[in-house]
Design a binder for this molecule. Structure first.
Ligand SMILES: Cc1ncc(COP(=O)(O)O)c(C=O)c1O
Length: 382
């Protein structure tokens, strides 16, 4: 199978990740932060090593400002529901995932917040930072932006938006689901007050991992209360990081594997990872562009694409194309709407959906050539 569904979850992982998960589960698998025996201490050390790796990657001064979550959706909910209060206004975009949109819809439905949704300026889903700036009003408390589109791969002006948030005194939540481990993300330079990330996509860690960084100036409330191993006699859930986010037993084997993945990324460098993905993306783009039946929704302009080519073949549904790629050519891609309904509405693809090819660091030029040949063959026969 040729795996081109890395925006959903990355595969394969670096060998070190498999090794670390196995050795952790075999040798150390105790509950961190709950007891003081040697195995628990080793578990806690392993979790904190992963925190330190992530802090180095995102230029976070204090690793304890990162809390682990099961995925990006939990991190986004903890940030959105944890920071917004009655009367707040939020600025976000039509390119966001349902894990941003649905918590906002829910808060609006309950009469708590209002929001403005900024629309993209072209069919690649590009968002204009100026349009975000214009949408910020007097009661805006939060801007939420995806680092890059999970539909088209278009990289958003997330550093510029950080500057806007800083100047306007607004909290800034970056959804780094399509960017962490690939794009340069520096919370200090980019004024990112909250950073939500999955561990299992570009960070190359196991599924069931993710996290949220919260700047010390953000007065977050917990949305899930429970055992943390700290202050057990207090009736109120701890308000300090990371315990505020880490109720219950952590996915410690997953976090151990994520630590190995982050070490791999730090060693390889996001610059080299992005460059490789850009080369493969360009290769695919160039092979597919120009075919009269293939319509592309991704750009391959330099530094504008995080590694996705979205397309449709005239007269076909995206599920049909993905089905043929799977059954006849053994290529894994994702059709449909990618949990991003507003993006598809804006791109006018809400009927057919799009086929999303998402390239990973371990894909090869031969695999990309084969995928391009296969798509062209399907289009020729359409
Ligand atoms: C932009 C974006 N945000 C959020 C998510 C949710 O990530 P997770 O599945 O880790 O909860 C995804 C997943 O595809 C995504 O692409």
């Amino acid at each position: 199978m040729i795996y081109l569904d890395n925006a959903a979850t990355s595969y394969p992982k670096p060998q070190e990740v498999y090794d670390r998960v196995y050795s952790f589960m075999k040798e150390t698998c105790a509950n961190p932060g709950r007891s003081s025996h040697e195995m628990a201490r080793k578990s806690a050390e392993c979790v904190n090593n992963t925190r330190e790796g992530l802090a180095a990657l995102f230029n976070i001064d204090d690793p304890m400002r990162i809390g682990f979550t099961p995925n990006a959706t939990y991190a986004l909910n903890m940030a959105i529901q944890g920071v917004l209060r009655k009367g707040d206004h939020v600025v976000t975009t039509a390119m966001e995932h349902n894990s941003v949109l649905r918590p906002l819809y829910e808060l609006k439905k309950n009469g708590i917040i209002s929001y403005t949704i900024v629309k993209p300026k072209n069919r690649f889903g590009e968002i204009d930072a100026y349009a975000i700036s214009k949408a910020v009003g007097i009661n805006t408390r939060l801007i939420v932006l995806t680092a890059s589109s999970n539909v088209t791969g278009t990289i958003m002006p997330y550093a510029e938006v950080g500057e806007i948030a800083r100047k306007r005194g607004v909290y800034y939540l970056l959804d780094a689901s399509q960017g962490a481990g690939v794009l340069p993300i520096d919370v200090k330079k980019m004024n990112i007050t909250m950073l939500a990330f999955p561990g299992h996509k570009g960070l190359l860690g196991p599924q069931g991992t993710g996290g949220l960084y919260v700047d010390e100036r953000v007065p977050l409330r917990s949305i899930i209360q429970g055992g943390t191993g700290s202050r057990s006699f207090e009736t109120i859930h701890p308000s300090f990081m990371p315990d505020i986010l880490e109720s219950g037993t952590l996915n410690t084997p997953g976090i151990a594997g994520l630590g190995a993945a982050v070490d791999f990324i730090l060693k390889t460098g996001t610059k080299a990872i992005l460059e490789k993905k850009e080369q493969l993306t360009k290769l695919l783009y160039e092979r597919l562009s120009g075919h009269k039946k293939i319509r592309l929704y991704s750009t391959c302009e330099d530094h504008k694409n995080s590694g996705i080519i979205a397309f449709i073949i005239e007269g076909m549904d995206s599920s049909e194309i993905a089905g043929i790629l799977d059954s006849k050519y053994h290529i894994a891609v994702r059709p449909g709407f990618h949990c991003a309904p507003l993006a598809h509405r804006e791109l006018r693809t809400e009927k057919s959906g799009l086929v999303r090819i998402s390239i990973g660091y371990f894909n090869t030029p031969d695999e990309i050539q084969y995928a391009a040949d296969s798509i062209i063959e399907i289009a020729d026969n359409a």
